[in-house]
Structure formats: C-alpha cells, structure tokens
Design a protein around this ligand. Structure first.
Ligand code: PLP
Length: 265
C-alpha cells in the first residue's frame, strides 16, 4: 500500500508554503499526502496579509478522521498559530504510533508572525518532546532556546539546547548563517542532524536564488515522506536535503516579491 503522510499546518493561499508546499512535496516523493488545516492565511509573494486559526475542535476532528480510518506512517507539523493548538496537536501526535516531524514555525521570511509569542512555552514543553525530528531554523533556535548561532561550532550548542526539550533528533538548519561566518558560510548551506550521540553534517551548494518561499515546509515534508517509506532518520534527512536543494535551485518568480521553490524539477 502507498505510504500515507498527514501534514498538520496552515494554508498558504499563494500556494508556495504551508499545506500547499507539503502536499506538492508528498506527491513528488510518491506518498499519499493528507492535510489537517490549523489556520488559513491570506498570503502572496509579498507576505501574509491576514491569518485566521481554526477552532481546536476542527483540528482534532480532521486529525481523527484521517488517522482512524486511513492511517498514517508519518506526521508533519508546521504552522500551529496558538498555544491552544500547539497543545492539542502535541497530544494528538503523542497518541499516534507514527514518527512525527515537527517544524517549529515561528515567523515567515517576510517577518510575519505565524505563532503567538504566548505559544512558545507550549512548543518547548509539549510539542518538542513529542517530536521524532525537530527542524528549527536559526531564528527559531534563538526564539526557543536563546542560543544565537553565528558560526558552525555554535550549531552544536544549538542542537544540545533543543535536544534538552526532548525531541529524539534535531536538525538545525544553518542555511541562514551569514556568508562571513567562516567555514559555514560562503558557498555551502550547512545543517547539523544529531540525536545527542551521533552527528551528521549535511552540506549542500548554496544557491543564489531569492525565490525560496516554502523551503522549510518542503524540507520537513520530504523528511516525513522518507520516514513513511521506512527510511532511517539520517537517510530520510539526507534525501530530503537533496530534494529541497533541487527545489530551491528551481525556485521561480511569481508576483512582485519572493517566489516559491519548485516541485516539478
Ligand atoms: N505560510 C505558512 C502557512 C507556513 O506554514 C510557512 C512556513 O512554515 C510560511 C508561510 C513561511 O514560509 P517562508 O518562510 O518559507 O516564506
């Protein structure tokens, strides 16, 4: 049977990030994608013009409908908007016998908040402990742990700080490291995957493409797709990094602002 993956995330009306990026990634990687929508955003290449969260009951009902009948081999979470939703989703994924990839989405590339500040503590104490793999970027690491990453060595400190909250694995995405940050900057995007005992450094060529909307959603969904197919966490992350690197290289202009990564490459 085809592996099944559910994304629990927000809708991006512009089709570049969120649920829409997740489902495109899952289609491209040969798994059956399903969606539990947590919030609806009015969004385009210029930013987020509005956001409305769904009632907790609507989120729970979507999740139960999918998991109880169709079943899932992996779960991915993205934009969760509020403390109430974070806590409900943490409880749902804790009670599901499938690996969970948690993308602790905080702020969009345009600086629009996708998570209430009052929800940060619930992310730390409820959501991260339920994660098989957490995938914070450097801004999210700083927000959640206070660790500011400025060099490749700091990535290890960041990973330890996130692992202290209890996810089985953490993937620190160093793609936003400044170019002047020595080995980590320049022509490479460096990520660190670790479970506290093994370390995997992932390096990919940095593409000079500004059309990167949806990168984080795509990466987390690609990891979940790999896990649903039975890959180990390091193998799923390695394949996902290859997928997102290709999608970034093929990112294209849409609208007047930042265009999306491309899933048809
Ligand atoms: N919109 C939604 C619904 C998202 O889930 C996300 C990221 O997770 C974004 C927007 C932000 O995308 P980006 O920062 O890649 O522009």
């Amino acid at each position: 049977m085809i592996p099944r993956v559910v994304t629990v995330a927000g809708s991006d009306s512009g089709g570049g990030a969120g649920i829409q990026a997740d489902l495109k990634t899952m289609l491209a990687l040969g798994v059956h994608g399903m969606s539990v929508i947590t919030a609806v955003t009015a969004q385009n290449s210029l930013g987020v013009q509005g956001a409305w969260e769904l009632p907790v009951e609507a989120v729970r009902a979507q999740y139960r409908s999918v998991v109880d009948d169709i079943g899932v081999q992996a779960v991915k979470t993205g934009m969760l908007a509020s403390a109430e939703l974070v806590e409900a989703v943490a409880e749902l994924i804790s009670g599901t016998d499938a690996p969970a990839v948690v993308d602790p989405v905080g702020v969009s590339k345009h600086g629009d908040p996708l998570l209430a500040a009052s929800a940060l503590d619930s992310v730390r104490t409820k959501l991260l402990p339920a994660a098989t793999v957490a995938t914070p970027n450097l801004d999210e690491v700083a927000q959640l742990t206070g660790v500011r990453v400025e060099s490749e060595d700091d990535l290890r400190r960041a990973a330890e700080a996130v692992l202290a909250y209890g996810p089985r694995w953490v993937l620190i995405k160093g793609g936003h490291l400044p170019v002047e940050a020595g080995r980590a900057g320049g022509s490479q995007a460096v990520d660190l995957l670790t479970d506290g005992s093994s370390e995997h450094w992932l390096r990919a060529r940095r593409h000079d493409n500004r059309h990167t909307h949806g990168t984080g959603c795509t990466l987390a969904s690609a990891i979940a797709s790999g896990l649903a197919k039975g890959l180990t966490v390091p193998d799923a992350v390695t394949q996902a990094k290859e997928y997102v690197t290709g999608a970034i290289a093929a990112g294209f202009a849409l609208g007047a602002g930042i265009g999306p990564v491309d899933h048809g490459w």
